[in-house]
Design a protein around this ligand. Structure first.
Ligand SMILES: [Zn+2]
Length: 323
């Protein structure tokens, strides 16, 4: 059942019980065991991936992962049919800023440490633009998710991050916070596991219809997103996906409303994509306009852990929209 754990011995040192935050001990049965006297929880290691979940605060159970290869958001269909469908369903999404933002993050991390350690929350698959981090040999990425995937090193839930306080120089959370039940708690956890002056990079949708089925809960405006990170000092923020993408998503979803779930939806999706994929290219010009920020498909925040809390009056001073 187990294989060599993919996370480095140095990172394993800072693993903690997601329930009581005591240290963990690797035992002979290929499990991690909590050494807390009143806890003693046991966590399996599945094909080299530890499953460190606090079931009391997660919509997932350890059993979901221990018994098989649970994969969420599995993407498009494989095979010839899937290939044809992908060819005639061009993407209506475009992340205009991610690559530049990740390069900015990497520069800032290099100022912090010669070998920065970065926690990736929601890292089962490579996020858009993230090559800027994965191709940087100086960074040590710890890629975690609530889904097995090609890059998953650890199964954990962002509501209870199984690491000691001040374990990381950086945290990346791209297109994740809409999928957690309590984003405020998850950001508190990000704050806790960051070192003093550690850096967070977050991208979260604003104008997007439900995706990921039942695992989709919240959206944020630019300022709503800024407030979520009020215990961080801002380095940069804004829209990451613009109003062209918002419009294409709304149009596609409007058309999908005419189909019964599962019936015709692939054909409608293909038609919607072919007739609206070009809208995303307007975002190269529109993403930073005031109305573009008010109608963004998604927003980003790059910031530094701080002891100071941003007040709400200061928050509204940071409005960049058109109103
Ligand atoms: Zn414990």
């Amino acid at each position: 059942m187990s294989a060599e754990v993919r996370i480095s011995p140095g990172v394993q040192e800072s693993l903690r019980c997601p329930i009581c935050r005591s240290r963990l001990r690797r035992d002979a049965d290929a499990e991690f065991c909590c050494i807390g006297a009143d806890c003693g929880a046991r966590f399996p290691i599945v094909d080299g991936v530890p499953v460190l979940l606090n079931e009391a605060s997660s919509v997932f159970s350890i059993e979901d992962f221990a018994s098989g290869r649970k994969v969420l958001f599995s993407g498009s269909k494989p095979g010839l049919k899937g290939a044809v469908r992908r060819l005639f369903t061009p993407s209506i999404s475009l992340n205009v800023k991610a690559r530049a933002n990740y390069l900015h993050l990497a520069d800032r991390l290099a100022e912090q440490s010669s070998s920065p350690r970065v926690l990736v929350v929601g890292g089962a698959a490579m996020g858009q633009g993230m090559e800027a981090l994965t191709e940087n040999p100086r960074l040590e990425l710890v890629e975690t998710d609530v889904s097995f995937g090609e890059r998953t090193m650890l199964i954990c839930d962002a509501h209870d991050v199984p690491f000691d306080d001040a374990s990381f120089d950086g945290v990346v959370v791209q297109a994740v916070l809409e999928h957690v039940a309590d984003p405020h708690r998850c950001v508190e956890e990000i704050h806790r596991v960051l070192k003093d002056r550690g850096i967070v990079y977050a991208e979260t949708p604003f104008m997007q219809q439900v995706h990921g089925g039942r695992y989709d809960f919240t959206r944020f405006t630019h300022l709503g997103h800024r407030r979520l990170f009020r215990r961080f000092e801002e380095i940069d923020s804004g829209a990451v996906c613009g109003p062209g993408m918002s419009l294409a998503w709304a149009y596609r979803h409007f058309l999908l409303c005419f189909a019964k779930p599962g019936k015709l939806s692939a054909s409608i999706e293909m038609f919607a994509s072919l007739t609206s994929f070009y809208l995303k290219y307007f975002d190269r010009w529109l993403v930073d306009t005031p109305a573009g920020i008010d109608g963004a498909s998604g927003c980003y925040f790059l910031g530094r852990k701080s002891d100071r809390v941003l007040g709400d009056r200061e928050l509204i001073e940071q409005y960049k929209g058109a109103g």
